[in-house]
Design a protein around this ligand. Structure first.
Ligand code: GLN
Length: 184
């Protein structure tokens, strides 16, 4: 199983470590040549969605990435990665993210809560979004204080928090299960 990790900026190294620990092969994507490699899945990490948008466009990665996701490539977006998949950005998921949604005071916080099919998981939020609206085909996987913070649509998985920053690999495992189900 080979997972591409978008490494234009942000917290990509932590995803790399988490996925390798689970036995997946990974490679970093910084340009079109990297993207051209064979892959079974993609991770879009946290960072800054405005910067990520600009660099993706500059590197001409926007359309190729969007096309492969729409073609069924499994994708896991965390935080800014969630924002990248919403209707205002790549628009591969039927969700609208509200950016920096917790205000200045609560910009970053830690909690734990139920994740559908997994149980209680640690959740680290850093200037995080939440999913303000979601439509057909979107399954809500976790809420915190009534706000949707994790969801799935087919082979697309998003979390508003950062599972790669805690020593708990169950959400990465959940993503790899989606990837292997897809590649059978
Ligand atoms: N606030 C960032 C954005 O709007 C997301 C923060 C994060 O990915 N940790 O893109």
């Amino acid at each position: 199983m080979k997972i591409a990790i978008l490494a234009l900026q942000g917290a990509f190294a932590e995803h790399e470590a988490a996925l390798r620990k689970l036995g997946a092969e990974t490679f970093l994507v910084r340009n079109k040549q990297d993207w051209a490699q064979e892959k079974d899945g993609l991770v879009i990490p946290g960072g800054e969605s405005t910067a990520m948008t600009r660099i993706m466009r500059d590197e001409e990665l926007w359309d190729p990435i969007r096309d492969e996701i729409l073609g069924g490539l499994p994708v896991f977006g965390t935080c800014a990665g969630l924002i990248m998949l919403d209707k205002e950005h790549l628009s591969t998921m039927n969700i609208t993210a509200l950016r920096n949604a917790y205000g200045r005071q609560l910009g970053s916080f830690y909690t734990d809560d139920e994740f559908k099919g997994i149980g209680r998981v640690p959740m680290t939020f850093i200037r995080a979004p939440y999913i303000a609206e979601h439509g057909d085909g979107v399954e809500v996987l976790a809420t915190v204080d009534g706000r949707v913070v994790a969801a799935r649509q087919g082979a697309q998985l998003v979390t508003a928090f950062h599972p790669e920053l805690n020593d708990d690999s169950r959400i990465h495992e959940y993503f790899l299960d989606i990837v292997s189900a897809k590649s059978i």
